[in-house]
Design a protein around this ligand. Structure first.
Ligand code: APR
Ligand code: PHB
Length: 394
């Protein structure tokens, strides 16, 4: 088999890349270890930056998002028993976020590819990357039927997430990795209940962080800072509600609606970047190259930003034979990656309790929150990072 761009992974990065390349007349094959049903059912955060929304719309896959997604022009910081709204749109010249779950984005992209005859091979096993230093790199794998297959490509895009095979295929002597693991996790639940708030609430409390998000008018998504080693069994429903009520309590009448909890899970908190994001004819994009803690809601958006840059660079190569954009892919993508890494680390540091740290540190966090809530300059810093800087301005 032969294709122009071999893509490993049918997450947001791989699927959107395949779609953008198709729009520019470039052929690709996507290899995915899981089934279509599995990738479409994996629940993940759903905060889309303005630039992500614009790109999905421009490329013809925004129709359901526009209908079903929820536009939020503000976000709430809650501490000291009070809510403080950061007016995203007013502070950023009209930019906002759209809440639309990641698996919905995946469903829209899979449909767009398959409707246009795109090739996504689901259920493949044992993918390996060969000849990355040559002009004809190859992907070898077992197809869903068990047979060994090989695809020769001009380029390979490693979009296979944090635990994929692409990043380890870059020799360790040319790979530099930056990691920070946080001493806490998030306990996430899905609840059958009406929304408690129109906008997302990021709460800082003596007992730890809490986040009130939403999935639909009937389903709410809530998170609590927890120990990273906690398991769902450590959190019976009563304990979850007690903690959420305590961390969101205030004197302003805010009330969290309870409901049936139908999903529980613990999320690890980590920052990670690999440099460079390319080697020979392999380009890494999305979680394969970097991880952010979820506090800044940047994971999906960074994956989208990477493949936007990569699709442009590949288009430059196929349309006019230029290779300079491909050569600069890593450098270009990393500027936005590090901005998002900093913002995600900053939000995480401001909003969580670090139990090994002193009361001095706690006071600094409160002062930082008060500054963001009270100063237009500080709030603008949060707002423009949260809605996402315009592409090319980071
Ligand atoms: N072979 C084939 N497919 C693989 C392999 C492999 N060896 N390893 C992983 N995959 C697939 C996974 O099954 C998954 O569907 O690659 C896909 C990677 O998708 P994501 O992990 O969603 O990564 P990405 O597309 O970069 O999107 C980043 O996802 O993890 C969230 O919060 C993160 O929102 C961010 C987004
Ligand atoms: C979510 O809705 O799952 C969500 C929202 C905001 C975040 C993280 C997760 O920062």
């Amino acid at each position: 088999m032969r294709t122009q761009v071999g893509i490993i992974g049918a997450g947001p990065a791989g699927l959107l890349l395949a779609h953008l390349l198709h729009l520019r007349g470039i052929e690709s094959v996507v290899l995915e270890a899981r089934s279509r049903e599995e990738i479409e059912a994996t629940l993940r955060a759903g905060v889309l930056e303005q630039g992500t929304v614009d790109l999905l719309e421009e490329s013809g896959v925004g129709e359901r998002m526009r209908r079903e997604g929820m536009l939020h022009e503000g976000v709430i910081l809650r501490f000291g028993g009070l809510s403080h709204r950061v007016h995203l749109a007013e502070l950023t010249g009209g930019r906002a976020i759209t809440v639309y779950a990641q698996h919905e984005v995946i469903r829209d992209l899979v449909k767009a590819r398959l409707d246009r005859g795109g090739q996504i091979l689901f259920g493949v096993k044992d993918v390996s990357l060969l000849d990355l230093d040559t002009k004809l790199p190859k992907l070898r794998f077992h197809g869903a039927d068990g047979a060994v297959r090989e695809i020769a490509c001009d380029y390979i895009a490693g979009c296979d997430g944090f635990h994929g095979v692409s990043r380890p295929s870059v020799p360790s002597r040319v790979r530099r990795e930056y990691t920070r693991v946080y001493p806490f996790g998030w306990f996430g639940i899905l609840v059958e209940a009406p929304p408690a708030t129109e906008e997302l609430i990021y709460a800082y409390h003596d007992r730890g962080f809490a986040l009130v998000s939403t999935r639909s008018p009937q389903v709410q998504r809530l998170y609590l800072q927890c120990n990273p080693s906690d398991a769902p069994g450590d959190w019976p429903d009563g304990r979850i509600w007690d903690e959420l009520h305590a961390r969101l309590a205030g004197n302003d009448g805010f009330k969290l609606a309870e409901g049936r909890i139908f999903q529980k899970g613990v999320i690890a908190m980590r920052s990670f970047v690999v440099e460079p994001m390319q080697h020979g004819r392999l380009f890494l994009a999305g979680d394969a190259a970097h991880i952010v803690p979820p506090t800044g809601a940047k994971g999906l958006n960074l994956a989208v930003a990477d493949v936007r840059v990569l699709a442009q660079a590949l288009t430059g190569f196929y349309a006019s034979g230029r290779s300079d954009l491909l050569e600069r892919y890593s450098e270009t993508a990393l500027r936005r990656v590090w901005r998002a890494e900093h913002f995600s680390w900053w939000m995480t540091s401001m909003l969580h309790r670090f139990h090994d740290e002193s009361p001095f540190h706690h006071r600094l966090q409160l002062s930082q929150l008060q500054y963001v809530a009270g100063s237009r300059a500080a709030a603008t810093m949060l707002a423009e990072n949260y809605v996402g800087l315009p592409f090319g301005e980071n």
